[in-house]
Design a protein around this ligand. Sequence first.
Ligand code: TRP
Length: 346
Amino acid sequence: MSDEKMTAPVEAKPEKKKIILSGIQPTGIFTLGNYIGAVRNWGQLQEDYNCYYFVADLHSLTIRQDPADLRKQSLEAFALLLAAGIDPEKSLVFIQSHVRSHAELGWILACNSMFGELSRMTQFKDKAAKHADNVNAGLFTYPSLMAADILLYQADYVPVGADQTQHLEFTRNVANRFNGIYGNVFKLPEAFLPKEGAKIMSLQDPAKKMSKSDPNPKSRISILDDEDTIMRKFRSAVTDSEAHVCYRDDKPGINNLMTIYSVVTGKTYGQIEAEFEGKGYGDFKTAVGEAVSEELRPIRENFARLIGDKAYLEETYKMGAERAERISGRTLAKVRKKIGLLANPF
Ligand code: TRP
C-alpha cells in the first residue's frame, strides 16, 4: 500500500495579489491623455493585481456641477471604464458615492488632517484660484476624502499622475499619524508609476497638459471622437516649422505626437524617426491619427453598446458597490472602534 496520501506535499498557497486602487472623476469624456496616462494601464494591470477602480463622483462636487450632467457623466464614466477593457469579473468597479464608507471615513480623516498641510496642497491653490467664486470647504478637504478612498481598501499601490503625487504623500502622512495615535489600522500605500511616464500634452499648446476641461476642443482627442474628428485634430496639431520628425528638447509639439505614436504602436523613437525620414509633418500627422483612431475603435464600439444597455450597467455597478461595501466596511468598523464611536446598532 502506498503512503502517498500521507506524504503528499501541501499545495503551496498562491501568493496573495497586491491591491491596486485608482479613481477617476466623471467630469467629461476622458481624453487620449487620461487613456494613455491611466485607464489603458489600468486594464493591463488586471492580470497581476487585485484591481479596484471607481468613478469619483463625490470629488466632482468640489466644483459646481449641473445635476443632470453629473448624473449622465457618472454613468458614462462607468461605461467608459468597462469599454476601455476593465472587466467587472476580474476587477472591482464601482461608483464612489454608492459606498457610504467613503464619505464617513472622509469625515473622520478630515478630523485628522491639519489645516497647515491641507493649505500646502498645490491642487487646492490652483483650483481655488481658478474657481475663486466657490472656494468651498470640500475643495479644501478633498485630499482627506481621497485618503479615505485609498485607505478603506488597504491598497498597496495607487497609479497616479504627477498632479496627484502630493495627495498620495498626504494620504501616507495621515495614515501614519492615525496609526501612531490609534494603533495599526491602515496600510501605507505607494505610488505606482507607469514605466514610461507618458504624459500627453495639448495638441494646440504642447506646454500644457491635454485636459478634459480645456475650452478649445481641438486641444484634445476625446476617446469617443470618430475617425474624421481624430484625423482633423491631428492635422491641425501645433508643431514647428522644421519639417523633420525627431525627438528633441525644442520640439514639444512633435515630441508629443511621437510619444502618442510610440505608446500606441509600440515603436521606439528611433524607429519612428527612421520611418519618417525624408517625409513631412503631413504624413506623420496622418499616421498618428490613423494609429490613434484604430486604437480607440474598440472603445468607441464597446461604449456605444454599453451605454445603450442601462440594465447591464446598473446590475454591474450594483454588484461592484456591494463588494466594495463589504471590503471597505471591514476597515471602517475597525476605525470606528479605535476612535471610540459606539458600535453601529444596525
Ligand atoms: N483625485 C483624483 C483625480 O482627480 C481622483 C481620485 C479620487 C483618486 N480618489 C482617488 C485617484 C483615489 C486615486 C486614488 O485624478
